[in-house]
Structures are given as C-alpha cells and as structure tokens.
Design a protein around this ligand. Structure first.
Ligand SMILES: [Ca+2]
Ligand SMILES: [Ca+2]
Length: 146
C-alpha cells in the first residue's frame, strides 16, 4: 500500500485531491457544512471516489474524533438496515468489527434507528444508531485506502 500512499501524497501535493485531508496516517473528507440524510451522505462519498468512513480501530477513531465539531453529528458507514441488530460496514459489506457505542446505545429508538453516527455527549465522541433520515454531516474516505 506504499504505492497508493505515495500516489495520494503526489495528488494532494498538486491539489488534485485537495478535498482529502490527512489525519493521522490516512486521508479523509469531513463534510463541515452540508447536513444530509444517511443515503445522501453515502452517494456524496461515492461521487468523490470514496465511501462513508469505516473505522478500523481505536487508533483511527482517536485521530478522527479530534477533528470533529462537538455540536455536530457525523454519519459513518455502519448500519443495520438489512437485519435489525446486525451491524454491517457499508464500505465492506461485512460485519463491522470496530464499535465504540455511547453507554445506552445502540437502542434502535422507536424501532427506527438503522444508521450509525458519531456524536459528542457526556464528554465523548462515540457511536449511536440514529434515524437514517436525520440530516447530519458525514465523513468519507477514499476507496483505495485500506
Ligand atoms: Ca436498528
Ligand atoms: Ca440510538
């Protein structure tokens, strides 16, 4: 993956990929203005050659959360749209492997919370399942990033 990282560095240097922001060892796009429903966030990430953020581990989570606005909510790729309670990574189509839920989440409130967001509550940015129609900011990462 050194080749991909080198290519990304070159593209960024020439402004081709300047929407992608380097955070820690990887690249991300954090939407900071336009709040949209989960499906729209999904297609907006696809339109820029990416997918909704798929958090792999605590290290990645810790790097990203420092960049987030505490007043805002951010869609990521995890959802249980196919089967209630079975959280899938939209990026890989596989069961999500990294979770960091708020204490009482996921609660599938009103039987209608199937998309996962990051939001700040009780001094922490953590995960919550929310109504997919809610308008929120979102985080993308490039498709070729592992
Ligand atoms: Ca659910
Ligand atoms: Ca919830």
């Amino acid at each position: 993956m050194d080749i991909i990282n080198n290519l990304l560095s070159i593209f960024v240097a020439y402004g081709i990929l300047d929407r992608w922001q380097r955070i820690g060892s990887k690249y991300y796009y954090i939407e900071r203005l336009e709040e949209v429903a989960w499906y729209e966030a999904l297609s907006k990430c696809q339109a820029i050659g990416g997918h909704l953020l798929s958090i792999k581990n605590q290290e990645e989570f810790d790097a990203i959360k420092c960049e987030l606005d505490r007043e805002k909510h951010y869609w990521i790729d995890i959802n249980d749209l196919t089967k209630e309670g079975e959280f899938i990574s939209g990026a890989t189509g596989q069961k999500a492997t990294y979770f960091n839920w708020h204490q009482t989440e996921p609660n599938n409130k009103n039987g209608n919370e199937n998309c996962v967001e990051l939001y700040y509550h009780n001094d922490k940015h953590l995960m919550n399942d929310d109504n997919c129609q809610e308008k929120e900011l979102f985080i993308c990462e490039p498709n070729d990033q592992v």
